[in-house]
Ligand binder design. Structure first.
Ligand SMILES: C[S@@+](CC[C@H](N)C(=O)[O-])C[C@H]1O[C@@H](n2cnc3c(N)ncnc32)[C@H](O)[C@@H]1O
Length: 262
């Protein structure tokens, strides 16, 4: 599902960067920190940390080789490092980081509680652990919500693949409970909403053909005729401006807290 960093960028990468920048801004952590970006993908949060948080260093970890390679190539900064690894067994020592953060990842990890515990383990007492996930429901990540609504109308099989159904963790309360359950103190939650503006219909549809993530994976599984039918249904369903552009928004739920001191 996650095998081509180049194809991820136009699908979700271009929007996750906007969320990452706002997330790092809201955390408002002191300069000079040592950050870990869990499930770094192509490096959206690492880039935002370098741009806005004046870190001492930031290390991203992800199991997908292609994404790690992409991040190394595109986030070229002596303070940035990218390594292969799994959120359930982070390749970092205990209590060294000032922040461990993760964007759009924990719903894909088979044991998110284990991943949250690992994030707490690697930060020093008083350090920050934070995460965000797309809201796949109504009024959330509209580009993907619209996709699943159209897919479900054409194919009952799509109901079980809909990310709103598959990923109950992607809500404000479940995410807060995950971090509280990992032992964080004073967990705060918030929504981050970003504009997702597509030049035209092809700019919306093309990235669904790239195979990265559940919805593009579903498209790849369809026979040609069904794929065309889905494409045309989406063309009709999307709100299109007079110049052909499509303006949607995407909401992520975010939660963060501190590892208790002592
Ligand atoms: C939607 S992408 C998010 C990437 C990046 N954080 C961003 O915001 O653009 C999901 C990422 O989770 C990673 N991932 C999936 N399972 C994982 C696991 N068990 N441990 C760590 N990362 C994982 C994937 O390889 C992929 O890079």
């Amino acid at each position: 599902m996650w095998a081509a960093g180049e194809a991820y960028e136009p699908y979700v990468g271009r929007w996750s960067r906007l969320v990452a920048a706002e997330f790092v801004r809201r955390l408002g952590l002191a300069p000079g920190g040592s950050w870990r970006d869990i499930g770094c993908g192509t490096g959206a949060i690492a880039r935002a940390v370098l741009d806005a948080a004046a870190p001492r260093d930031v290390t991203g970890v992800d199991p997908a080789e292609s994404y790690v390679r992409h991040a190394r190539r595109h986030v070229a900064d002596p303070r940035a490092h990218f390594v292969l690894g799994d959120a359930r067994a982070l390749p970092f020592p205990d209590a060294r980081a000032s922040a461990a953060v993760s964007g759009l990842v924990l719903n894909f990890v088979p044991d998110p509680a284990r991943a949250a515990a690992e994030m707490v383990r690697v930060v020093a007492p008083g350090g920050t652990v934070g995460a965000y996930l797309w809201d796949f429901g109504e009024g959330g990540m509209e580009a993907i919500r619209t996709f699943w609504d159209a897919a479900r109308a054409l194919d009952p099989r799509a109901g079980a693949l809909d990310e709103a159904v598959r990923f109950p963790l992607c809500g404000r309360t479940p995410l807060r409970e995950l971090l509280t359950g990992a032992g964080l103190a004073e967990v705060e939650t918030d929504a981050i909403t970003v504009p997702t503006r597509f030049r035209d219909f092809d700019d919306y549809w093309g990235p669904f053909l790239g195979g990265q993530g559940p919805a593009p994976g579903y498209v790849a599984s369809l026979p040609e005729g069904h794929r065309t039918e889905l494409r045309e249904r989406l063309r009709t369903a999307l709100p299109t401006a007079s110049d052909g552009s499509v303006h949607l928004t995407a909401r992520a739920w975010t939660a963060w807290g501190a590892r208790p001191s002592g």
